[in-house]
Design a binder for this molecule. Structure first.
Ligand SMILES: O=P(O)(O)OC[C@H]1O[C@H](OP(=O)(O)OP(=O)(O)O)[C@H](O)[C@@H]1O
Ligand SMILES: Nc1nc2[nH]cnc2c(=O)[nH]1
Length: 179
């Protein structure tokens, strides 16, 4: 697994510090409110698990799984819900938790979909963002890092379902995906 890593962008320690800062910010801004975190499977799994433990107030969590049709390395914007929320978000404050935003098409669809369920508020939190790849405008409320347009793996993020369990965020050697 490690031999396929080109470069480590963010170490385990750096990510931990960033997650603590985001957790503190969210705690401060939502204290006393009814907050639901919605993790977008599968990539956000690890970020969500770490972040929720740095939020120091009562919260509830839910998950959605979506698949975007199209090629394996880019999103087409046509999104299919594979797993919907278990509970209603009506009148709740909601933060969508993502691992990475690329074109923005997945989140654009998810925001429209979730807004139609009448939450009290809806915000976006992502660990990683590739702003130069954006195809639709999105307001990202909580962000770990902006990153360049390189193919990322690790900390929940896969290539062909592998590498999600790398504890850091890294770039993948070109030779691996050009094989
Ligand atoms: O901004 P976009 O271009 O829409 O891309 C971002 C989406 O792509 C990734 O998910 P992916 O489809 O790889 O599924 P996974 O989370 O199961 O790995 C990521 O978790 C986002 O949901
Ligand atoms: N694995 C992976 N999935 C993505 N989806 C959107 N951007 C990326 C990326 O850089 N790596």
């Amino acid at each position: 697994m490690k031999q396929d890593v080109a470069r480590i962008l963010f170490s385990e320690k750096e990510i931990e510090e960033k997650v603590i800062a985001l957790g503190n910010q969210i705690t401060k801004e939502y204290k006393g409110k009814e907050l639901v975190l919605i993790g977008v499977l599968k990539g956000a799994n690890i970020f969500m698990s770490d972040l929720m433990r740095k939020i120091d107030m009562p919260i509830t969590i839910d998950f959605m799984a979506v698949s975007s049709y199209g090629s394996s390395t880019t999103s087409s914007g046509v999104v299919k819900i594979l797993k919907d929320l278990d509970n209603s978000i009506e009148d709740k404050h909601v933060i969508i938790i993502e691992d990475i935003i690329d074109t923005g098409l997945t989140l654009h669809y998810l925001c429209e979909n979730l807004l139609s369920r009448n939450p009290k508020s809806l915000k976006i939190c992502t660990l990683l963002d590739k702003p130069e790849r954006r195809k639709v405008e999105l307001k990202v409320d909580y962000k770990g890092y902006d990153i360049p347009d390189e193919f990322i793996i690790g900390y929940g993020i896969d290539y062909a379902e592998k590498y999600r369990n790398l504890p850091y965020v890294a770039t993948l050697k070109r030779a691996v995906y050009e094989k």
